[in-house]
Design a protein around this ligand. Structure first.
Ligand code: KG4
Ligand code: ZN
Length: 350
């Protein structure tokens, strides 16, 4: 089955063509990626310091057709060879979701093919199956994106149990807000990570929120406030080098955030007895987090699985793949032409 995937939930327009043939034959899932095209709106939103929803929707409209052509070209397939269409139905920005949903549903009707609305986080969660060291079910997933920070038990496709989540800011949000405080452009996760590499350890002792809370929840807004307090404390008359100050502060921020994520992940592994942890979502691209998780996994004897690096942030491939697995399991949209989007959508209810 050849599935077209459409992602438009936030500020990336992603289209991909995925063939389930290899997966169904028990071969590596990544072999099924036939074509993919992506446009990031980051440059457009940068001057506003964050995503402007109306601009995002309009840009998705502009991009979706040319990207479809590009993905089909790469796959060397005509549109008629598509067997089913998967699109991100939520969660995300309502207007942005409407573009992909309306496009996906209309195309499915025009081609007389089935369609399926995909939960964006399910796309992230299953994307490590597309990587080289793919995990087997069941596994624990640490989902760290711009909007979410969750620990989930994944028993199989569609079988998810939420074990813990952030009570305030998401990990990516904390990265982006810290970036802003340090004068870095939006979205600043990767830039903070790079800056932190030049920082010296030990200069700042930032909090590790909820580390000993006894549960698997997270909180990152206090960490961001602690960064703000240090930034405000820096005097322009200080003989200190501001660039080094920022790097040292970025280092301490990353260290705190990573420490909390790693310790809670190790805790859930210990509690459940599962041996596999999947890291997914945009923050999953973070070098320091990967290094710390790998070290902990070696110590505690569990395995960490990552999606291919380019599939960590939003893309059409993960939506095509998650949709394909749902379709293979017998799910699909109802027969009417009516559709809706789900800007807020609990994954365990998907
Ligand atoms: O999953 P994603 O592309 O979009 C959402 O669904 O939210 O994640 C975007 C988030 C942003 O907050 C971005 O700053 C963060 O992922 N991010 C990173 C890195 N690359 C992206 N954070 C830390 N280190 C990185 N290398
Ligand atoms: Zn995402």
């Amino acid at each position: 089955m050849i599935v077209l995937g459409i992602e438009t939930s936030c500020d990336e327009t992603g289209i991909a063509v995925y063939d389930t043939k290899n997966w169904e034959a028990g071969q590596a899932a990544g072999l099924g990626i036939l074509g993919q095209a992506l446009h990031s709106q980051v440059a457009m939103h940068r001057e506003y310091g964050g995503v402007v929803p109306e601009l995002a929707s309009r840009d998705h409209i502009r991009r979706v057709l040319p990207l479809l052509e590009q993905a089909l070209d790469e796959a060397s397939l005509p549109l008629e060879s598509i067997d089913a269409i998967a699109y991100t139905q939520g969660p995300g920005l309502a207007g942005a979701l409407l573009v992909g949903t309306a496009f996906g549903r209309s195309l499915a009707l025009a081609l007389n093919k089935p369609s399926i609305g995909v939960h964006h986080l399910e796309g992230h969660l299953l994307s490590p199956l597309l990587g080289e060291s793919a995990p087997r079910f069941p596994f624990i997933a640490l989902l760290v994106s711009g909007g979410h920070t969750q620990l989930m038990a994944v028993e199989g496709v569609g079988q998810y149990e939420l074990l813990g989540e952030t009570v305030d800011d998401a990990a990516g949000e904390a990265f982006d807000k810290t970036a802003k405080l340090l004068g870095l452009d939006y979205p600043g996760g990767a830039a903070v990570s790079l800056l932190a590499e030049r920082g010296k350890p030990g200069r700042f002792d930032l909090p590790r929120p909820m580390l000993h809370s006894g549960d698997l929840d997270f909180s990152f807004s206090g960490l961001k406030t602690a960064v703000l307090n240090q930034v405000n404390r820096f005097s322009p008359d200080s003989p200190d080098d501001k660039a080094q100050f920022d790097a040292d502060l970025a280092h301490a921020f990353v260290e705190s955030l990573v420490d909390v994520l790693v310790q809670k992940s190790a805790k859930v592994i210990k509690q459940t007895g599962y041996r596999d942890l999947v890291l997914a979502g945009g923050v999953g691209a973070n070098k320091q987090l990967r290094a710390a998780l790998n070290a902990r996994a070696q110590r505690d004897q569990f395995q960490v699985h990552y999606p291919p690096l380019q599939l960590c942030t939003d893309n059409g491939v993960m939506i095509a793949f998650a949709g394909a697995l749902r379709l293979l399991a017998g799910h699909q949209d109802g027969g009417t032409a009516a559709f809706d989007v789900k800007p807020r959508w609990d994954l365990t209810a998907a």
